[in-house]
Ligand binder design. Structure first.
Ligand code: HEC
Length: 230
């Protein structure tokens, strides 16, 4: 009986202490866990989402923000360097737009202070969307659906670069990835071994399979010739 009580006490002290230490260490971390996005103006988020996916913001009419920050590919284009207007390759690759609102500055060299300031850049950059800002505003203004959305959100139909980039930035703030699937597996005790297996052996097996696939003859064939560009 006494040993049982002692055991319970030691157990409680040990794990209670460990849990407390865990909480303290998380709090003192310089990087805190990512929180869910809080949406205060869903109409503006929707407008920003439409603009993010709209190729009419580019001079060619075929490139949108999503071309280089494909939300189905982790917010990037998975290319060595991004390909923009007239299929020209730029000098650097595109960072993900997921969780970018948490960065202290935007772009690899941090030259934009925040997401709104950042969004004006790619619209006009000639290796990205190559669209003069005045023309971008005129195009968006010419679309009645957009005009009524701007009126509902900003109080009047005026379309401006500031409003376009504001809406895009507010949409981007919702692109947060608070938790990973493998983490939620870990909190269910019986799934702990499965999660550990996926993280170690599973990952190794997948890497080996990928290596074998990458070195197979399929990838050594020459790619078909590119069609001539206009
Ligand atoms: C042609 C490809 C391309 C297009 C189109 C494009 N981007 Fe980018 N984006 C990039 C590249 C490349 C960078 C990195 C540039 C640098 O750091 O100099 C970047 C950087 C960013 C960043 C900074 C992220 C970080 O972590 O620093 C954000 C945010 C972003 N783009 C949002 C947008 C939005 C919004 C649009 C549409 C208005 C857009 N991008 C259109 C290629 C593109």
């Amino acid at each position: 009986m006494r040993t049982t009580v002692q055991f319970i006490l030691v157990f409680a002290l040990f794990f209670g202490g460990a849990a407390k230490a865990d909480r303290v260490s998380v709090r003192s971390e310089p990087i805190s866990p990512i929180q869910d996005a809080t949406i205060t103006d869903s109409a503006k988020v929707e407008l920003g989402k439409q603009l993010f996916f709209d190729p009419r913001l580019s001079l060619s009419g075929v490139i949108s923000c999503n071309t280089c920050h494909n939300l189905s590919l982790g917010g990037t284009d998975n290319l060595k360097t991004s390909v923009g207007h007239r299929w020209r390759a730029g000098p650097v690759n595109s960072p993900t737009v997921f969780n970018s609102s948490l960065s202290i500055a935007q772009f690899w060299d941090g030259r934009a202070a925040n997401l709104q300031e950042q969004a004006a850049g790619p619209i006009e950059a000639d290796v990205e969307m190559a669209m003069p800002h005045t023309l971008a505003v005129e195009v968006i203004e010419s679309i009645p659906g957009y005009r009524s959305q701007f009126a509902a959100i900003y109080g009047n139909e005026d379309v401006s670069l500031d409003r376009i980039t504001d809406a895009i930035a507010v949409f981007e703030e919702t692109l947060a990835t608070p938790n990973s699937r493998s983490k939620s597996l870990r909190v269910i005790p019986c799934l702990k071994p499965a999660a550990a297996w996926v993280a170690t052996t599973g990952r190794r097996l997948a890497a080996r399979r990928f290596k074998r696939w990458a070195s197979s003859s399929r990838t050594t064939q020459a790619p078909p010739p590119r069609a001539a560009l206009p």
